[in-house]
Design a protein around this ligand. Structure first.
Ligand SMILES: Nc1ncnc2c1ncn2[C@@H]1O[C@H](COP(=O)(O)OP(=O)(O)OP(=O)(O)O)[C@@H](O)[C@H]1O
Ligand SMILES: [Mg+2]
Length: 222
């Protein structure tokens, strides 16, 4: 099960309110895309839903559990938004970054299959500082998949990834979703992404509007 309910959430940093009275919910198996202009609060909202931003009581529920009491974070995979100047100060390899999580549920064969699927099998022993931005992004996506997550949260995961790998990436995300993994995706490429999303949450000036995909007229685009 993976259900998220946000009930009248307002959130800000210091004196500035970023999210204003946001309410929406998603159910197991949903594929939610969050869209909105730069600075509209997309990353802030998912950080609230992941317990990274502390929110007041009874505003967010995961599987009907108040978020401040929620404990099964192992069921959630998260790929944070990439920063262009992202850099590790120490020489860690791809394999090391993938195995620091001792919680991985994958055996060796499954791990190699996943690395192969993600196109990073050959990069296992590379120092991550030598990877391209897109390769590094694929390492982080792979890491988020290591625990067989029930919910996968992806914050602009394909920025810096080339078009072939973007296509492969959305095929994989769509497959995971059809296997029952709930997806929350932030992207600016909603029309070209080929993501099989079921709902769109549009953030504008701190307010949110949720639309079910069957209610959207894409003018033949999707
Ligand atoms: N840790 C923080 N401290 C203070 N202000 C912040 C912090 N994180 C975000 N903000 C501010 O909150 C607002 C929303 O930021 P957020 O990162 O959620 O936007 P976004 O919709 O994800 O934008 P983008 O499309 O650029 O990723 C911005 O005005 C930003 O400056
Ligand atoms: Mg963001």
């Amino acid at each position: 099960m993976m259900r998220i309910k946000v009930d009248n959430l307002s959130f800000g940093y210091d004196y500035r309110t970023v999210l204003k009275n946001i309410s929406f919910s998603i159910e197991s198996g949903d594929f939610l895309v969050i869209v909105g202009n730069n600075g509209s609060g997309k990353s802030t909202l998912i950080k609230c839903c992941l317990g990274i931003n502390k929110v007041p009581e009874n505003k967010i529920f995961i599987d009907d559990i108040e978020i401040n009491d929620y404990q099964k974070w192992i069921n959630i995979g998260y790929v944070p938004q990439k920063f262009d100047d992202f850099n590790y100060e120490f020489p860690i390899t791809v394999n090391e970054i993938l195995t620091v999580s001792k919680l991985s549920k994958l055996d060796e064969e499954e791990r190699l299959t996943l690395l192969d699927k993600m196109g990073i099998l050959e990069l296992q022993n590379e120092n991550i500082n030598t990877l391209s931005g897109g390769q590094l992004q694929r390492v982080f996506i792979t890491r988020a998949l290591m625990n067989h997550p029930k919910l996968l949260v992806l914050d602009e995961p394909t920025v810096g990834v080339d078009s072939d790998n973007i296509k492969a990436f959305y095929r994989m995300v769509n497959d995971l979703n059809s296997e029952g993994v709930t997806i929350i995706l932030i992207t600016h490429e909603i029309k070209t992404s080929k993501a099989n999303f079921s709902h769109i949450l549009h953030l504008d000036d701190g307010r949110a509007e949720l639309t079910h995909v069957c209610d959207i007229d894409f003018g033949g685009d999707k």
